[in-house]
Design a protein around this ligand. Sequence first.
Ligand SMILES: [Zn+2]
Length: 80
Amino acid sequence: MVSQYCLCFSCGLEKEFSPNELACDVLEGWLLVSVFNGNGSIVRYNFCSYECLQEWVISQASLTPEIFMKSLNEETGNNN
Ligand SMILES: [Zn+2]
């Protein structure tokens, strides 16, 4: 029997479980995020806690202001 595992994307914590265990029981408290990238591709991230999810969100959010400003300019038709 091949065991499955779930890896926390933030802290690297690994949770291993056998196929006859239910993921929803073993992974109690874990958070799974699906990111839709278009072209039918979905990237899934696993986090062991809200703290780890928050850490990841903050690291992602630091990228957004520039993209956000760019989209604002496009909406208002401001070419600069
Ligand atoms: Zn973690």
